[in-house]
Design a protein around this ligand. Structure first.
Ligand SMILES: Nc1ncnc2c1ncn2[C@@H]1O[C@H](COP(=O)(O)OP(=O)(O)OP(=O)(O)O)[C@@H](O)[C@H]1O
Length: 270
């Protein structure tokens, strides 16, 4: 059984367009301007266990929406999705205990308490026995070099420190699959390398499947054996980086940002 399997997975957002000004707001109360946006369009994706796959695409391509459906935060409008054989939208305990998600742009840590206090709350949520909890905290904090900052209130941490703590929180229960949505966004080069190396180690040592979204092609080149490129909610490329360069008629040493930009421009012109 693969880690992830989707068949024609589609998400259409239904929303109300806001009209400008007070008059527009009043008119909107009586005649709401209803719209639809297809964010993910008949997406077929199979990810085997133990793979690191990069989910790439320009802003608004549908990457976050895809991840939200894969981890059960959103229900697909149509199509099918299975993660380790579970329907994510049911949010069953067996499913939730096997996955985790970390968002670079959003914090899962409680802001006013220390990381360690957030970890204690997660320990209760996942009913982790104390020895397993202690071992996981020790192992993860050593790998991420955060032993000294676990007791500092989260709001006092730098972005790089906070991101490393977010990873501990996400991995405390030992998930088999991690969704990492822009985990290096805004980080300096040292912090980026720490996060990158950590994700590579996690995959190599524990066999954790990782779905990574990133606009940083250095992250992708360092980590992803496979990339799926999404544009307007559809997969326009699925393969390794050599094939990606070939698809854009670029040489083996071609700059990956330029390769991606060429691919997106071609897709927009098509
Ligand atoms: N709640 C929502 N209601 C309506 N439209 C939405 C909603 N959330 C996202 N969208 C739209 O769906 C499309 C896909 O958005 P999504 O956030 O999945 O893209 P993304 O690839 O993650 O982008 P980015 O790289 O900028 O984070 C965009 O056009 C976005 O405006």
């Amino acid at each position: 059984m693969p880690a992830i399997q989707t068949k024609a997975m589609t998400k259409t957002y239904r929303y109300t367009e806001q009209r400008p000004g007070l008059g527009g707001a009043v008119r909107g109360l009586f005649r709401p301007d209803r719209r639809e946006r297809v964010a993910v369009d008949t997406l077929d994706l199979t990810v085997p266990r133990g793979q690191i796959i990069g989910l790439l695409g320009p802003n608004g391509a549908g990457k976050t929406t895809t991840i939200k459906m894969l981890c059960g935060l959103l229900r697909p409008t149509s199509g099918e999705v299975e993660v380790f054989g579970h329907r994510p939208a049911k949010r069953g305990y067996d499913f939730l205990s096997r996955i985790s998600v970390v968002f670079g742009q959003r914090s899962m840590l409680w802001w006013d308490v220390s990381t360690y206090d957030s970890l204690l709350i997660h320990r209760e949520m996942y009913a982790l026995p104390k020895p397993r909890f202690d071992q996981a905290v020790e192992d993860l904090s050593e790998r991420l070099q955060v032993q000294d900052i676990l007791n500092i209130p989260v709001r006092k941490l730098s972005l790089g420190q906070r991101m490393r703590c977010e990873l501990i929180l996400a991995l405390l229960h030992g998930p088999d699959l991690l969704f990492a949505d822009e985990p290096t966004v805004g980080l300096d080069v040292v912090a980026k390398l720490t996060v990158r190396n950590f994700l590579a180690e996690l995959n190599r040592d524990l066999g954790t499947t990782i779905v990574l979204t990133s606009h940083d092609m250095n992250d992708v080149a360092a980590l992803c054996e496979r990339v799926a490129v999404i544009n307007h909610g559809r997969i326009i490329f699925d393969g390794d980086l050599t094939a990606l360069r070939g698809r854009a008629d670029a040489g083996i040493d071609a700059d990956l940002d330029q390769v991606m930009s060429k691919l997106f421009t071609e897709a927009a012109d098509a």
